[in-house]
Design a protein around this ligand. Structure first.
Ligand code: AMP
Length: 384
């Protein structure tokens, strides 16, 4: 194993404080990784007992747009990173004027806006679904004529887990979908008839050194990630192409931090990028248990200017999200099942559709079972 070169910036010493914008489970698992490296984490969150705050040294309680809260947060930390990326341009400017922000504010601006994101990706030669910006019903009609139906209409901002989008199957779907989706503007995407959905997570240090995890396969239920299979069941050449795409995007962005790239693989093994997120990602949770250094550790290492480590997978893995009250109700059985590695996010309210935890099951490398075997391997979650 060849160590990657050290980063170009002075590493943050143990005892320094990393500021994390956002208090969800991604912040929680980043804070746990940071603690192991000797750092204190300080969370900016509107919710005092959020998952990240429960495991961190300090919080600033306030809204992401509250100038006083942003000021107090920036004053209390040595470097700033994100687990929640929808901070306004003014908020980002304020933070960036006070402390180093990694990844940079410009990268968040690109990833916050689907149109800016696709323009950027296409501009560096990366294939996406064909798409058109849609500002009015007339533009939607023209875009649908050009791209054909079916197509997917999406908000450019604030969409997640299938929220903020609509499938258009017939001309009669256009007007109601345009009316319903907010905030405007929108984008229309041609429908990609994919064979599977994959993602690649890549870390990049200040010196340009890169480490990327193996491509994984993502299976959704009700538009929410249900299972991640590591590695993805795709040909070696397709995996190499997907990895190359993720690295190219990280370099194109000048990223310092972590980036998740979600992609579609078509039946003829073409790789098409769906979206990017410059932060830890749900499809990388398996790395905590199946890799020497997880996505969260590489995130913190990149942000703190520490040397990265190779993102090597020592085991194959299946990660299952625990979503909503029915799945988290199985917690006692999960805890009693050997082989299931439990992760609870400490959320007090178990609303339907809410991600409350996950479990990981490891397998020897290259021993990932087929789809039915995967369900069986999840013990009490097999029928879920
Ligand atoms: P997104 O919010 O962009 O991640 O989309 C959520 C899910 O909708 C994806 O994981 C896909 O399953 C599906 N989807 C999104 N865009 C497209 C597309 N252009 N073609 C086909 N399916 C799509």
């Amino acid at each position: 194993m060849t160590p990657l070169p050290p980063s170009g910036m002075t590493p943050l010493p143990p005892g320094a404080t990393i500021g994390i914008v956002g208090g969800g489970q991604l912040g929680r698992m980043s804070a746990l990784a940071a603690a192991r490296l000797g750092y204190r984490c300080h969370i900016l969150t509107p919710e005092a007992d959020c998952p990240a705050a429960l495991v961190s040294a300090a919080i600033t309680l306030g809204d992401y747009e509250d100038r006083a809260a942003l000021e107090a947060f920036a004053a209390a930390v040595d470097v700033i990173t994100f687990e929640f990326e929808n901070v306004s341009a003014a908020g980002l400017d304020l933070l960036a004027s006070r402390k180093p922000v990694r990844p940079g504010a410009e990268i968040l601006r690109v990833s916050q806006d689907r149109a800016a994101e696709k323009s950027f990706l296409n501009g560096i030669g990366i294939a996406t679904a064909p798409w058109r910006a849609v500002n009015s019903l007339a533009e939607l009609q023209q875009a649908a004529d050009e791209l054909g139906l079916p197509a997917i209409l999406k908000t450019t901002r604030l969409g997640y887990d299938g929220k903020g989008q609509a499938a258009l199957r017939s001309p009669g779907d256009l007007a109601p979908a345009f009316k319903r989706l907010a905030p405007k503007p929108l984008v229309l995407e041609g429908f990609v008839d994919f064979a599977c959905e994959i993602s690649v997570i890549v870390a990049r240090g200040a010196d340009g050194g890169i480490a990327s995890f193996d491509p994984v396969e993502n299976l959704h239920r009700d538009h929410i990630l249900d299972l991640t299979l590591a590695p993805a069941r795709i040909p070696t050449q397709t995996a190499a192409a997907a990895t190359q795409i993720a690295r190219h995007i990280a370099e194109g962005l000048g990223l310092v931090g972590l980036l998740a790239v979600e992609m579609f693989v078509t039946a003829d093994n073409r790789v098409v990028v769906n979206e990017i997120a410059p932060r830890p990602h749900n499809s990388g949770h398996w790395t905590i248990d199946a890799c020497g250094a997880s996505q969260f550790e590489l995130h913190i290492r990149a942000v703190a200017g520490l040397p990265l480590l190779p993102a090597t997978r020592h085991s194959d893995a299946v990660m299952k999200n625990l979503v909503g009250p029915d799945e988290i109700a199985l917690w006692p059985q999960i805890l009693a099942t050997p082989g299931l590695i439990p992760h609870h996010y400490g959320k007090t309210e178990a609303r339907p559709g809410r991600k409350l935890g996950h479990v990981t099951r490891l397998f020897p490398r290259d021993a990932l079972p087929g789809p039915f075997g995967i369900r069986d391997a999840l013990g009490p979650l097999a029928s879920e």
